[in-house]
Design a protein around this ligand. Sequence first.
Ligand SMILES: [Fe+2]
Ligand SMILES: [Fe+2]
Length: 186
Amino acid sequence: MPASAVPMSSADTTLFNFLDRCHQDIQDKLVQMMALAVAVEADGLSPALQAQARELTDWFNAEPRQHHLDEEKHIFPALLASSDESVLQTTHRLIQDHGWLEADWFEIEPSLEAAADGNAWFDPGELRQAVEVFQQLYSDHIVLEESLAYPQARERLDPALLASMGVEMARRRAIRDAKPKKTPRA
Ligand SMILES: [Fe+2]
Ligand SMILES: [Fe+2]
């Protein structure tokens, strides 16, 4: 039976809906980041763009990393236990992607941080190009996870474990969301 045909329990649904929602959030933020880069390149910085740069910098320093950790802790180990060579290759590629995505973010972060502080030392054209690369790699990565890794993991994960994973992810985020937010810099 293909993985996509496996009926989902409510624990499955909760966990994978949560992971899918993380992907949607990442893609939405990448669209915002691209719009920001285009706007800065066209018109320079404004207070509104500075505030958006701050929000995006803080978000990308937290959410995607947490999502990658969730996958590395809960999803990929089940795939690495597979004897299917294509599943193993895909999983290694996805793990490697996490490293490349982090490297791409390190390219972008100093410019966004500068934009947030109203400091326009960076090259807006280079920022836009770096965001394009980041957005493309994330898009390819997410397609591969949703089409292959998540369905394969759903087949392999113990249903009893799924519920506890979903609870753990939700609890970690609840603790984080309860912390006071950083105030924008003047
Ligand atoms: Fe991932
Ligand atoms: Fe992911």
